[in-house]
Design a protein around this ligand. Structure first.
Ligand SMILES: NC(=O)c1ccc[n+]([C@@H]2O[C@H](COP(=O)([O-])OP(=O)(O)OC[C@H]3O[C@@H](n4cnc5c(N)ncnc54)[C@H](OP(=O)(O)O)[C@@H]3O)[C@@H](O)[C@H]2O)c1
Length: 314
């Protein structure tokens, strides 16, 4: 089978297509014929030796990639919930070795859910790690409640566009930040208010909030402390929170929390139910052919994706 493997850590150009044996599903795994792969900043960062690189570096060949949608073609021992022919999707082995940039992936069945029939493989792959992150951050960690105010930075991006919808489902008042080009998109997802970060400092216009979900990091995370209510929670996704930021949070009487999404088939089933019901929507801005996966990653690296970018396999 064809797979992209990573040969160095200087960036996307270190990804190369190669022929490797089709993997054999181990105990608890299914073999998935991949029909779509979705990509995000973690994929780009991994090619630079950051992101999830350290989880992959002992693998030979080193095949990155986590978000897949496809069909089960074989099941390993002790798999009870999937059969050959089932369409499945999920974030595989995140934050470990997913080996998703391949025509076939041996994936733990417990990381997958049945793919809703009403959405495409490109959309299902798109609704994997980004949607799982939004779910685990807002529904599990923050446990957003009706009537709370939630500020979502990067609301038009991969994680953000799912986060806006899920916070809205909980009955929160949702404020999303993005550039002007994504304003209509963010509001169409159910945000109650929008801030164009290129024109306004959000801390000047946003009322005190209960939760900030920050998909940007750096200065944006630091400035977010000022908009939290006493006891409010900041979850910053990019690289966690520095000791100095955590100290400032404590001094202000607010909370900052480290967060890392983890593969979880039960959460994928919760997302699948919403995708099937049409109450959650995965926006795929563009699809690329598998052979152009590095070009797709270059688009992600631009940092202004609307929704998600997916790659299609035959
Ligand atoms: N900790 C975890 O478990 C975890 C899991 C998944 C992702 N992540 C991280 O979370 C981050 C976001 O991931 P993603 O997939 O959502 O990225 P993405 O799809 O690239 O989206 C980022 C969005 O932010 C917008 N943006 C850029 N600068 C902004 C600013 N200053 N203020 C507000 N919006 C801004 C961009 O478009 P516009 O500029 O046009 O608005 C873009 O839509 C990445 O660093 C990723 O590695 C962490």
């Amino acid at each position: 089978m064809k797979a992209f493997h990573l040969t160095d850590t200087t960036g996307i150009a270190d990804l190369h297509l190669m022929d490797v044996p089709v993997p054999t599903p181990a105990r608890g795994e299914v073999l998935v014929r991949v029909r779509a792969i979705s990509l995000g900043p973690i994929d780009v960062n991994t090619t630079n030796g950051h992101g999830a690189y350290h989880a992959l570096q002992d693998a030979e060949p080193m095949i990155p990639g986590w978000d897949i949608s496809g069909e089960v073609v074989a099941v390993g021992p002790e798999v009870l919930d999937f059969l050959p022919g089932d369409a499945v999707f999920g974030a595989v082995n995140f934050p470990g070795p997913g080996r998703g940039y391949a025509e076939y992936v041996a994936a733990p069945a417990r990381h997958l859910a049945p793919k809703p029939a009403n959405i495409s493989h490109a959309e299902a792959a798109a609704a994997s790690l980004a949607a799982l992150t939004a779910w685990q951050a807002l529904m599990t960690t923050a446990n957003v409640q009706p009537g709370q105010r939630v500020l979502i930075h990067g609301a038009g991006g991969g994680v953000g566009h799912f986060a806006v919808q899920l916070a809205g489902e909980r009955g929160a008042y949702v404020i999303g930040t993005s550039s002007a080009s994504k304003r209509v998109f963010v509001l169409s997802l159910g945000a109650d208010a929008h801030v164009d970060y290129t024109r306004q400092r959000f801390e000047d216009v946003v009322p005190p909030v209960d939760v900030v979900l920050d998909a940007i990091g750096g200065e944006t995370a630091l400035r977010s402390l000022a908009v939290l209510k006493p006891g409010g929670l900041l979850i910053s996704l990019p690289i966690g929170l520095s000791p100095s930021l955590l100290a400032q949070a404590r001094a202000r009487g607010v909370r900052g929390q480290h967060f890392l999404a983890v593969s979880n088939g039960e959460d994928m089933r919760r997302l699948a139910a919403r995708l099937a019901a049409g109450t959650l929507y995965a926006h795929v801005a563009r699809t690329w052919p598998f052979a152009q996966l590095p070009d797709a990653l270059c688009q992600v690296a631009g940092g202004h994706t609307q929704g998600k970018i997916s790659v299609l396999l035959d």
